[in-house]
Ligand binder design. Structure first.
Ligand SMILES: [Zn+2]
Length: 433
């Protein structure tokens, strides 16, 4: 089948949907004005390409009751919504394929439940038990990144940073290879070979590698022997993680903890020596870590600044934004910290994009110059983020530079939006003045 124009494609797509819903092929072909042979070929091609995915979803959905809400989210009853479509797919694919898909779904469910148990054990602090479960699960699903993630987290909690780094590095390599294969062949190799395979984006593992690396570096800052007084002072911040004491979540959660722990925070800000002990837990996402940026900002030391930059790159919910605003409040000091962060370890540049957000907030010559230099960066992600940040400065003079960068990186939505925004701003200004 050749889909020369969009219209032809749409006609075929609509006809295929009708076939899948169980309508008779001769009737559909006649009404759509398509040759039966061509429609049949189009259907085969469609099933070869998407049949397995649709079947997987159809079989899973067909396990709901007919009077229950449809799993597609339409809020209609299943029997009045997608049931016919799913039946059609199952008929077309045949009973053997349906049985195989049902078995795969059951195995996936089983894995999901076992993984939830293992993550639950980790949350309860039963690290060793959780790790044993993960190793067992890996025998069944060696290419499932959620299991590898569990192992990584267990190592991080156990302060086995070398092991965490090794795991992240190995999975990063697998993810990169899979991504390269996908870009070349438009096919997920590992995930199509093994229904239990599940791969993260390479950047997820690159970030995990960065975090483990920083955790190792920070662990070496702890004096030997440790200053137990400073350590116990820093650990008072862990009270923030007590959900019985602080049931609030979201922005309220931060505010409540700041208020409840204001004495601890005030003392910590006076004690530079507590820094290494704070960093003993700031690589783990927690409420305590969300309170740390404020303390680090008060220290005003190069080491504290480095820690703020690192935590901005970790980009944990709340914590990352908190670091970005603290860095932005430092003005050109923050800009310089971002510049230095990009001069080191360029292999991590694609995940340093949260730092570029600092430059969107600081309106200075140094900030603009750094953003303009990022428009020539090798990483599409950095260019995109820099374009967005530069547009936030609201100066239409940068439009030609942004357009050139956008062309170079193959027209990304982020930059498109930034350019459109600036053009509209320029037009409005021309009208008004
Ligand atoms: Zn539906």
């Amino acid at each position: 089948m050749s889909l020369d124009t969009e219209t032809t494609g749409t006609i075929y797509a609509q006809a295929i949907i009708r076939l899948v819903r169980g309508e008779e092929i001769n009737k559909v072909a006649e009404e759509a004005g398509l040759p039966v042979d061509a429609l049949n070929a189009a259907l085969d091609e469609f099933l070869a390409l998407h049949g397995k995915d649709f079947l997987k979803d159809s079989v899973a959905a067909s396990e709901v009751k007919r009077n229950e809400p449809c799993p597609c989210g339409s809020k209609k009853k299943y029997k009045k919504c997608c049931e016919q479509l799913h039946k059609g797919i199952m008929d077309l694919m045949g009973p053997d394929a349906v049985e195989a898909a049902a078995a795969e779904n059951a195995r996936r469910r089983w894995l999901g439940e076992r993984l939830n148990e293992a993550f639950g054990l980790l949350a309860e602090g039963r690290v060793q038990r959780s790790l044993e479960n993960a190793e067992e699960l890996l025998l069944q699903a060696p290419q499932n990144d959620r299991i590898h993630d569990l192992v990584y987290n267990a190592h991080l909690i156990d302060a086995r940073f070398d092991d965490a780094m090794a795991r992240a590095r190995a999975r990063y390599a697998v993810a990169e290879e899979e991504m390269a294969h996908f870009l070349k062949e438009q096919e997920h190799r590992l995930e199509s070979q093994d229904p239990l395979a599940h791969l993260y984006h390479p950047h997820v593992w690159l970030k995990k590698l960065f975090i483990a690396k920083r955790a190792l570096k920070n662990s070496r800052m702890v004096p030997d022997p440790p200053d137990e007084e400073m350590r116990s002072l820093a650990r008072k911040l862990l009270l923030a993680n007590d959900m019985n004491r602080f049931p609030e979540t979201g922005e309220d959660g931060i505010a409540a903890r700041r208020k409840g722990l204001n004495k601890v925070l005030a003392r910590l800000k006076q004690e530079q020596g507590a820094l290494p002990y704070l960093l003993e837990f700031c690589h783990l996402f927690s409420w305590a870590a969300a309170l740390a940026p404020d303390v680090l900002a008060a220290y005003k030391s190069p080491l504290a600044l480095d820690a703020l930059v690192d935590m901005a790159v970790y980009d944990y919910p709340f914590v990352g934004d908190e670091c970005v605003s603290v860095l932005a409040q430092m003005g050109d000091g923050g800009v310089n910290a971002v510049k230095e962060a990009f001069e080191e370890e360029p292999e991590f540049d694609p995940i340093k994009t949260p730092l570029v957000r600092v430059l969107a907030k600081v309106r200075s010559t140094a900030s603009v110059e750094l953003l303009r230099s990022f428009l020539g960066h090798a990483s599409v992600h950095v260019v995109n983020e820099a374009g967005l940040a530069l547009a936030e400065h609201g100066d239409p003079r940068f439009i030609p530079e942004l357009e050139e960068a956008n062309k170079r990186i193959g027209e990304q939505t982020g930059l498109d939006m930034a350019i459109q925004g600036l053009k509209q701003m320029a037009e409005a200004e021309a009208k008004n003045g």
